[in-house]
Design a binder for this molecule. Structure first.
Ligand code: FUL
Length: 692
């Protein structure tokens, strides 16, 4: 036979095969991702960067009244941002090109409130341009966060603002190359500078922006973009209802095209929704979105970041991890270190797929000339899949390791281009000849990763127990993740007793009180330690069996609360505000239209230079949004020392730290002016002071 003839037969059979196979493949079931959503989903993990004028005022939200002259990073380097993100394993970067203050990181033609009027590069700089260039150099995609709410613009709330907003979109979507995602935050309307009006402006978030026509413009300018919108018309992606870094374990990539989306639906999607709207989990590597030096030691630990990874990417969502850019214009070294540790840990966990190259069998394989067999789930190709005959909604795959094998992670992947189908599944292990249930779960979607205590088994059985239509599984993988120890948790109670709590049993805790890094030579923790004044406690946990140690846990305390009392209430629950336990809270009803006071007697006079407020951690209402803070020597004459807002407290109810010029006093008064949930209540987990 001539070579040409053989080649011809090969081509013909390839052609017949693919036609037959296509005809034979399951039909898509329900909504499926668009080409843009599919491209986006495969990005899996990418960065958020928060940087704006409020980086220079230490606030989470800017008011719009700031002087552009304060925006002056001394070493801004977008290549550093891109390098860190690339090395962290991320595929793109979304930058807050305009946050709620309205300050623009590019020299927009349509406003004076931008980098054009700041000292950085003598007003000749363009951060969006520098980042676009850096992304191109590092092979990253670029996205933009353009806040619909603009606290600077005098036009905000009026029809003219929509033209302004679209003009800015046009600049961003035409001048900087491909933009993969545009982010429209849901915070909309409220107090602001508004061109000097200094007032409160409310808008109807459903109608004001005329999203329909704005979307049309976006898609015309960037046909490959995905739209994230938490404020108005349904975009291509959805918020998952929290900024804490997780999505529901049951997570459908579906919603209805219209109608309200309550929090629970954001977390879980809608099983029978009529549109494909997958979840994106956004969270910050630190407590806040913007940079605050006081959070330098609050960067998420490796166990926490791994938990976020498993609870977002591991639950059929993408992971959007934020780096606050610091005042130098850089990603802070602590944040870089944490992100690289996560990348190394992820690489280690997923290095060795124990299901690759071993026998996998299925209870049913779709009758076809094309291969839809079990082996398609372990061939390393995510575009091939195992599927069954139509009409089957139950089926199983069995992985035979051929020898006792230890594992503690399981990953499954649906071929979502044919729809998200699986409603329920189980994972079992064959241990000493007996099947043992490891997990009973619900949805899978693009990727689902399960964590469970390690087990030694010869086989693993993955059973789809319910599905909307025949299952279509692109991959299953099995791993043995090495243990990662958690840093000890450090607390101090009202009496000043310091407790250090190891998260992993069997570990030994060592600590220091002198600012040095603890090691195996530092004192061993055997029980609570008495303390009084300012104190920094650092601790690590060491596993004596392996010698592995955790990251360092660190907690800096100001004066103890021993002599403190809540004044002016008989409610004994009020003492919870100063008990040092962040899990307990006190709530008090607010006067109509505020204000409501919390007065604390510190026992003796101190030099005070700030205060800290932690809202109730378990409710979304009663979180103080605007405040005044007073100090007194005698509980009669009060001096107002600070006032302002706790920006973004509703979505991110973390410790609020406020400073003011040093003042002497024994009594403090936190006056709640407004709070979430209609200002009916003010809730406090803790209130603390910062002394000189
Ligand atoms: C929130 C905003 O208000 C925050 O400032 C931050 O940008 C976060 C990602 O979204 O809702």
């Amino acid at each position: 036979m001539s070579k040409a003839f053989v080649f011809c037969i090969f081509l013909t059979s390839f052609f017949i095969d693919s036609v037959y196979a296509q005809k034979d493949a399951p039909k898509p079931y329900g909504p499926v991702p668009s080409a843009n959503q599919w491209r986006w989903q495969k990005m899996e993990y990418y960065a958020f960067l928060h940087f704006s004028i409020n980086t220079f005022t230490d606030q989470e939200w800017g008011s719009g009244a700031e002087d552009p002259k304060i925006f002056n990073p001394d070493s801004l380097d977008c290549r550093q941002w891109a390098r860190v993100c690339k090395e962290a394993g991320m595929k793109g970067i979304i930058l807050t090109v305009k946050h709620h203050s309205g300050f623009c990181l590019w020299p927009s033609k349509y406003t004076e409130f931008s980098v054009r009027n700041c000292p950085w590069k003598n007003g000749k700089g363009d951060i969006v341009r520098e980042l676009a260039d850096a992304c191109r150099e590092y092979g990253l995609k670029l996205g933009v966060y353009l806040s619909p709410w603009d606290r600077n613009s005098g036009e905000y709330g009026k029809p003219g603002y929509i033209t302004y907003f679209r003009n800015q979109l046009r600049e961003l979507l035409t001048n900087y190359g491909d933009i993969f995602e545009v982010w429209f935050d849901g915070a909309n309307g409220g107090s602001g500078y508004y061109g000097g009006a200094n007032e409160t402006r409310k808008i109807d978030r459903r109608t004001y922006y005329d999203w329909k026509n704005t979307y049309k413009l976006i898609r015309q300018l960037q046909p490959k973009i995905v739209i994230w919108n938490d404020g108005g018309d349904r975009g291509d992606l959805r918020w998952v209802g929290t900024e804490d870094g997780y999505v529901g374990e049951t997570n459908w990539s579906l919603l209805n095209a219209t109608g309200d989306v309550p929090g629970d639906m954001l977390a879980h999607g809608l099983e029978n929704g009529d549109s494909w709207v997958p979840g994106e989990v956004n969270t910050s590597i630190r407590p806040g979105w913007f940079y605050h030096a006081y959070e330098d030691s609050r960067v998420k630990s490796l166990p926490k970041l791994l938990d976020v990874y498993y609870s977002s990417f591991g639950r059929n969502a993408t992971m959007l991890l934020n780096f606050p850019i610091d005042r130098h214009g850089l990603i802070h070294p602590n944040d870089e270190k944490a992100a690289l540790q996560l990348a190394a840990a992820v690489k280690e966990v997923f290095a060795d797929n124990l299901a690759a190259g071993v026998a996998v069998t299925a209870t049913n394989v779709r009758r076809s000339r094309k291969c839809f067999g079990a082996a398609m789930t372990t061939d390393g190709n995510e575009d091939t899949y195992w599927t069954t005959d139509d009409g089957l909604t139950k089926a199983a795959l069995t992985v035979d390791f051929g020898k006792p094998t230890f594992f503690n992670r399981f990953l499954a992947q649906e071929y979502i281009r044919l729809g998200q189908r699986v409603k329920a599944f189980t994972v079992e292990a064959l241990v000493n000849g007996q099947w043992r249930m490891l997990a009973r779960e619900t949805t899978i979607g693009y990727k689902r990763i399960l964590r469970f205590p390690g087990v030694t088994a010869t086989q693993l059985r993955f059973t789809i127990t319910d599905a909307k239509a025949c299952p279509v599984i692109a991959a299953i993988r099995v791993y043995n993740a090495p243990p990662v120890l958690s840093a000890p948790v450090i607390t101090r109670d009202r009496q000043g007793m310091v407790g250090i709590h190891a998260a992993d049993s069997g570990t030994v805790v060592h600590y220091t009180l002198d600012g040095s890094i603890p090691g195996s030579g530092s004192p061993k923790y055997t029980g609570s330690l008495a303390s009084d004044g300012k104190l920094t406690v650092q601790a690590i946990a060491i596993d004596p069996a392996t010698g592995k140690s955790s990251q360092v846990g660190r907690e800096a305390f100001d004066i103890s609360h021993r002599g403190w009392h809540i004044v002016g209430t008989r409610d004994p629950e009020a003492e919870k505000v100063i008990d040092g336990d962040t899990h307990t809270a006190w709530r008090q009803g607010m006067e109509e239209n505020g204000p409501t006071d919390l007065v604390i007697d510190l026992g003796v006079e101190y030099t005070l230079k700030g205060f800290r407020y932690l809202p109730d951690q378990y409710r979304r209402s009663g979180l103080i949004t605007t405040y005044r803070f007073y100090v007194s020597a005698d509980n009669h004459e009060w001096a107002l020392v600070d006032e302002g807002e706790f920006g973004n407290i509703s979505n991110n109810p973390l410790w609020q730290v406020k400073s003011f010029p040093a003042v002497h006093g024994r009594y403090i008064r936190l006056r709640a002016i407004g709070s979430t949930g209609g200002s009916a209540e003010a809730g406090y987990a803790e209130v603390d002071v910062v002394t000189d």
